[in-house]
Write a protein of this length. Structure first.
Length: 457
């Protein structure tokens, strides 16, 4: 076993990539990395107690891509390895070429595993590829989680070359006399990865010949420390969490603000993970914008996050959720018997005793003519019991610490600008039923369940 084979064997065992008896399909493009991987894993097949197979996907983006397929087939036949190939029939996309190619390629791999051809797919990602990925994410402003580059194992995908340098692989292929193809698109500067590969890394290696190994080591350490921190935060999330009901999660931003920055950042990521957010879209700039809300205590302020999500700080806490416009609340005239969909819930008005679940009791005879159920609007006010004059409804909501995200969802009964009733918050003494009421009716609002009920102060 030569040095490169020994390293790949060690990497495979170190990360527990395979189990005895598994069928491992090597994804070969015809390029140097994957061709070397197939040849070396075939040599290690008996030692690892696995069955090696191969697959090749022809994206058909180049006129000569068929030559790559031929090289791949010849190599598989030479090694006596079963191979399945497939060619893209959908043409070349006008934009997003790399993303489209990856989607097609991995769709092909998934199909092979679902059909039982393989248990695992081995890809030819090297240490160089991993470091390039780290630098790309760093340039884009990603956090330490992404700085670790390409993981050795992700689900059913394994990367046995992840601790090997491309230069060592090229030298090994030359010594073994193994044929491979070079994709000309990898030699251009059209893509960020290529510019990092051909410009950034060579400049770094001029200053430090082992720069790639050093960055790789640092990235792995940073990634491991970040994972350890995430595990610690996961155990402590209970003390930060106020509410996980509905489509969002609300946290105690005061408690979070007292934690070190690294803990705060991990808490934000954990909260976003809870609501199903793709953390790959979350960069340091986004986390910093959330952190400013928390550390400055900017009540009522919002940080926009990619994908239509937001983080909001208000009296309800630090809330992460999908940004959803409040439903339109169409005004509905107040009558003694009604059951209507309004806003994000259902409103019921019925004579006392008519409904089993009573709402708030109102004297129908005291209700002003023309009163309507509607959303709040500028200029609204209310009259509180034992208080002279009027109070701004906006000031009332602020004093009651009603979360700003809920204020535009409040269903209210109003006469002109005067608020007579607001769900979960207020019932005006001027219409409240008492012992002398002749025509009592109940008002009940049942929210759809996606939001918390406002609370009386």
């Amino acid at each position: 076993m030569d040095r490169l084979q020994a390293r790949i064997y060690s990497t495979t065992k170190k990360y527990g990539m395979t189990l005895p008896g598994q069928k491992v399909c090597v994804a070969i493009s015809g390029g140097p990395d994957s061709m070397a991987l197939l040849a070396i894993l075939k040599k290690l097949e008996a030692r690892l107690e696995i069955e090696i197979k191969a697959c090749h996907f022809d994206h058909a983006y180049r006129a000569d891509s068929g030559e790559d397929s031929q090289v791949a087939r010849r190599m598989a036949e030479k090694l006596g390895v079963k191979i399945i190939t497939e060619r893209n029939r959908d043409g070349k996309p006008a934009s997003g070429l790399q993303l489209a190619a990856r989607r097609l390629r991995y769709g092909f791999f998934e199909k092979l595993m679902e059909e039982g051809f393989a248990d695992l797919v081995a890809t030819g990602h090297t240490m160089d590829d991993s470091v390039e990925t780290s630098i790309m994410w760093m340039i884009r402003g990603a956090g330490p989680h992404a700085f670790g580059g390409i993981p050795p194992v992700r689900g059913r995908y394994i990367r046995p070359l992840i601790e090997s340098r491309k230069s060592a692989i090229i030298a090994w292929l030359a010594a073994e006399g193994i044929e491979y193809k070079t994709d000309p698109s990898n030699l251009t500067h059209d893509y960020l990865r290529n510019r990092v590969r051909h410009l950034v890394i060579p400049a770094m290696e001029e200053q430090a010949p082992r720069a790639v190994e050093a960055i790789n080591r640092l990235g792995r350490l940073a990634q491991g420390q970040s994972q350890a921190l995430d595990n610690i935060v996961a155990e402590r999330m209970g003390r930060f969490t106020l509410d996980e009901r509905g489509a969002g999660v609300a946290l105690d931003f005061g408690a979070i603000a007292r934690e070190p920055e690294a803990i705060r950042m991990s808490v934000y990521r954990s909260a976003m993970r809870k609501i199903g957010y793709d953390l790959g879209r979350l960069g340091l700039a986004h986390l910093d914008s959330v952190d400013r809300l928390v550390t400055l205590g900017n009540l009522g302020k919002v940080a926009s996050l990619p994908g239509g999500y937001e983080a909001r700080v208000d009296h309800g806490g630090l809330t992460f959720r999908k940004r959803v416009a409040p439903p339109a609340i169409i005004p509905i005239p107040f009558t003694s018997i009604m059951k209507e969909k309004i806003g994000d819930g259902r409103l019921t008005v019925a004579p006392a005793g008519f409904e089993v679940n009573q709402g708030e009791m109102v004297d129908m005879d005291k209700a002003p003519a023309g009163a309507v159920f509607r959303a709040r609007r500028p200029g609204d006010y209310l009259r509180l019991k034992n208080m002279e004059g009027r109070k701004s409804f906006k000031k009332f909501l602020i004093d009651r610490k009603t979360p700003s995200g809920l204020r535009d969802r409040i269903v209210a009964l109003a006469s002109g600008d005067e608020i007579l009733w607001a769900y979960g918050l207020f019932l005006s003494p001027s219409i409240a039923a008492d012992s002398k009421t002749v025509s009592p009716v109940s008002i009940r609002f049942e929210p759809d369940g996606s939001d918390r009920k406002p609370e009386r102060g």
